[in-house]
Design a protein around this ligand. Structure first.
Ligand SMILES: *[C@@H]1O[C@H](CO)[C@@H](O)[C@H](O)[C@H]1NC(C)=O
Ligand SMILES: *[C@@H]1O[C@H](CO)[C@@H](O)[C@H](O)[C@H]1NC(C)=O
Ligand SMILES: *[C@@H]1O[C@H](CO)[C@@H](O)[C@H](O)[C@H]1NC(C)=O
Ligand SMILES: *[C@@H]1O[C@H](CO)[C@@H](O)[C@H](O)[C@H]1NC(C)=O
Ligand SMILES: *[C@@H]1O[C@H](CO)[C@@H](O)[C@H](O)[C@H]1NC(C)=O
Ligand SMILES: *[C@@H]1O[C@H](CO)[C@@H](O)[C@H](O)[C@H]1NC(C)=O
Length: 400
């Protein structure tokens, strides 16, 4: 029988310790919530946003039958672009084509065109439509294979497209939605170079890398297709590149950027450069321009090159504090194959060439059975596939 109230120990007893514990729980929870709110607020306000207005100057969704050559220029060469790359870049529809509203940049095997033996001995290949003929270096437009001399015909074909003559931005935004290629030693990239070498030859006038990756699988120890990189290349001399100070990456632990489309973005104004994938929370690179690049480099007054002593001068002395990233840059999209500049380090993976070897391309060509089998037959998987590209120029900012 019930007489009076049911005892509710959690309400009735006025044990001061229990009450304190009760309030303490709420106090701690409240402090936690307030602290995270503050943290979010400070994180939010510390993310610089672009000044000025953006003006869309290019939107290419790659619909239609063929690439818009009023916008895009093919770079056709066998020269390796100063990186010792092993592909030749063509203007052939074998390597660049539009399909179902997508742009494909597809690496192919040179052996499919001239046969395997011709690549390594007794053949001369001259590339049609070579765009580097004016550089007085005919070797970039043709190659002779000679087993004894250690020379080969570039064993892969691919493509490199740019907007140099049609579109450039000086501060602004770039967005590209793309799927990366699968295949060992493939090197897809979306990046920018200066229209004019205002501050001197590369890398003195800068380079902005929005996305670079490697087609090697997830087990590759030098960061395969589950990593994407963003970087700024700059330096006061042609052989002094300080890219290591301004480079970063984003990774998906168990999936690859070659599995699905992602959006790569660059935000660039006079105060900062940010490169990210899909969302600003997935940042690859953020560089604040408060520190001028010559100061950031922390260079000694004199550098030694062999027996030569070179007094270092600031090449950006007449630029803004963002120099060299204060001049017009144009866009490049390409898929390279291999190379000797160190993007593929000697100590990682089952790498069939040595970067320092004078016959590195021959070593690569001789190992074709090894790497060609990792390149999917399926063109969609093997290509850099681009869905849309947008380029905004920044207006309303002072430009120099
Ligand atoms: C394109 O590929 C086909 C098949 O591999 C080949 O026969 C043709 O010569 C290639 N075209 C060029 C320009 O390389
Ligand atoms: C090519 O050579 C000619 C004659 O020697 C020279 O005038 C010209 O400047 C050179 N062009 C380049 C791009 O080096
Ligand atoms: C083809 O390339 C070779 C090797 O670079 C070169 O010696 C030759 O002059 C080129 N031939 C033509 C017709 O351009
Ligand atoms: C191949 O290279 C060797 C060594 O450089 C040279 O002696 C030979 O004449 C070359 N062969 C041809 C066909 O050019
Ligand atoms: C690049 O330099 C050329 C020659 O000096 C000039 O005509 C052109 O306007 C410059 N382009 C840009 C984008 O600065
Ligand atoms: C020395 O400088 C020259 C150009 O001035 C460059 O080609 C060379 O790579 C440099 N050597 C070293 C070891 O940095």
């Amino acid at each position: 029988m019930l007489t009076g109230e049911i005892e509710k120990p959690w309400l009735g007893h006025k044990d001061p310790l229990a009450r304190m514990a009760y309030w303490l729980t709420y106090l701690v929870a409240f402090i936690g919530i307030a602290a995270s709110a503050l943290r979010c607020w400070f994180a939010y306000t510390s993310v610089p946003m672009m000044k000025g207005n953006l003006c869309l100057i290019l939107e290419d969704d790659f619909n239609g039958d063929s690439l818009n050559t009023d916008i895009w220029e093919y770079e056709v060469t066998m020269g390796g672009f100063g990186n010792g790359e092993f592909e030749m870049t063509t203007d052939s529809s074998n390597n660049t084509f539009l399909r179902d509203g997508y742009l494909y940049i597809l690496p192919t095997l040179t052996s499919d065109v001239i046969g395997r033996d011709a690549i390594t001995n007794g053949y001369t290949y001259n590339i049609t439509g070579c765009t580097t003929a004016t550089s007085n270096d005919s070797s970039t437009c043709g190659a002779v294979s000679n087993n004894t001399a250690g020379t080969v015909i570039n064993p892969a074909m691919s493509a490199r497209l740019n907007t140099k003559k049609s579109r450039s931005i000086q501060y602004g935004r770039v967005e590209i939605r793309a799927k990366n290629p699968v295949g060992d030693w493939l090197w897809p990239a979306v990046w920018m170079l200066p229209v004019n070498n205002t501050y001197g030859p590369w890398p003195m006038s800068g380079e902005i890398d929005i996305m670079e990756s490697r087609g090697n699988g997830l087990s590759y120890t030098a960061q395969g297709s589950n990593y994407v990189h963003g970087s700024l290349n700059w330096g006061p001399l042609t052989w002094l590149n300080e890219v290591w100070r301004t480079t970063g990456w984003w990774t998906e632990r168990r999936s690859s950027f070659a599995d699905a489309f992602h959006t790569y973005a660059l935000e660039w104004d006079e105060d900062f450069i940010r490169v990210y994938v899909d969302t600003r929370l997935h940042g690859m690179l953020q560089v604040n321009m408060k520190v001028p690049f010559f100061e950031r480099g922390d260079f000694p007054p004199v550098v030694t090159n062999g027996t030569e002593q070179i007094a270092l001068e600031n090449p950006w002395v007449y630029g803004t504090k963002a120099a060299p990233f204060d001049i017009p840059f144009y866009l490049i999209m390409n898929v390279a194959v291999g190379g000797t500049n160190g993007w593929f380090p000697d100590n990682a993976g089952d790498k069939p060439w040595i970067n320092g070897a004078s016959n590195a391309m021959q070593q690569f060509a001789q190992a074709q059975d090894k790497w060609a089998t990792t390149w999917p037959q399926d063109e969609y998987s093997r290509a850099l596939v681009v869905y849309v590209l947008r380029l905004w120029d920044s207006i309303g900012l002072p430009k120099y």
